[in-house]
Design a protein around this ligand. Structure first.
Ligand code: A2P
Length: 311
């Protein structure tokens, strides 16, 4: 089979992930996310990145149903990603949560299912059927004694049973991956991490390249929490190519072989963000952008859960 346009091949040698997808976390708020998905699919996106934790899969499911009903875009034309939340890692829960996501989305299979974080939380509900985690007296989630190995083995069964085409991980560091690779029968296809010019992750990228794992960059614009979108160096490269700074960042990622999933609920920005396939950055541009790395993280598990995963 020939390689579909603007995709990277996954390590099973069969499936392909589109280089750019629409992120659906908070940025695309409840009530707006359904519209964002429709705008994205109609303007050329073929990759949607979601998660059970975002609590919007039903709304997205409605939009997918409407888009498919129009007849131009079929299920098999799109690449749909979802993620297993931290409180759902127990072996007995993995398939149930995947099935819930499929039901909410109205899909028969996912193209890619990721372990959202390499951290297991106790579920607040004894049945384990919610994504709510049990909290300690300070309000932090209680860590559950469940290994990633237990969870991964269930993820592998989802592939074997046809619920998902590929499996991968998110927010895994090199140590997490090293361990996973010692027992994985199915290697992770993707590791989705925070990645942008201020956090360009050269060592993780190199490690993933050596093990055939594609990196996906979330928060490629730093969630709007830093000054990436006004950075002077990026602005000068953007002006030279007659593009926006966002376009330059996404192109820099694609040329490094990294998938990206910018979030937006604004139709014109959704369209703008996809407009990266008609120009090329020079080696000099690439190196200048690489030089902006300052290991600045906007998504901190220390802040959220008091777990210093990356510190
Ligand atoms: P909006 O929904 O109003 O477009 P990230 O993907 O790094 O987390 O960044 C998401 C944030 O960046 C959202 O707040 C989104 O706001 C904004 N955003 C997305 N695309 C662009 C763009 N092309 N230019 C400026 N801001 C953008």
């Amino acid at each position: 089979m020939s390689q579909p346009q603007n995709t990277f091949k996954l390590n099973d040698g069969i499936h392909h992930i589109p280089m750019i997808g629409l992120g659906t976390f908070n940025g695309t708020k409840q009530g707006e996310v359904g519209n964002a998905v429709k705008v994205a699919l109609k303007s050329g996106y073929r990759h949607i990145d979601g998660a059970a934790f975002y609590s919007n899969e039903k709304e997205i499911g409605h939009s997918l149903k409407e888009v498919f009903a129009e007849g131009e875009i079929k299920r098999e034309d799109i690449f749909y990603v979802s993620k297993l939340w931290n409180s759902c890692h127990r072996a007995s829960l993995v398939r149930k949560h995947c099935e819930k996501t499929l039901e909410d989305l109205g899909l028969e299979y996912l193209d890619l299912y990721l372990i959202h974080w390499p951290i297991a939380f106790e579920n607040a509900d004894p049945s384990g059927l919610t994504t709510e985690s049990l909290k300690d007296e300070k309000g932090y989630p209680i860590i559950a004694p469940i290994s990633i190995r237990e969870t991964w083995q269930e993820m592998e069964k989802l592939v074997e049973n046809g619920l998902v085409k590929s499996i991968g991980v998110s927010n895994f560091n090199v140590q997490n991956l090293l361990d996973l690779l010692t027992y994985a029968k199915i290697k992770p296809a993707v590791n989705q991490v925070e990645l942008h010019p201020y956090l360009s992750q050269p060592n993780l990228k190199d490690f993933c390249d050596r093990h055939g794992i594609i990196l996906t960059a979330y928060s490629p614009l730093g969630q709007g929490k830093c000054d990436l979108l006004t950075n002077e160096l990026l602005k000068s490269i953007a002006d030279k190519h007659n593009k926006t700074i966002a376009n330059i960042i996404f192109k820099w990622l694609c040329q490094r072989g990294i998938v990206t999933i910018p979030k937006s609920s604004n139709p014109s920005r959704i369209i703008e963000n996809f407009n990266i396939f008609d120009f090329q950055l020079s080696n000099d541009d690439m190196e200048k952008i690489n030089s902006l790395n300052s290991n600045l993280r906007t998504c901190s598990p220390t802040r959220m859960w008091n777990i210093p995963l990356f510190d």
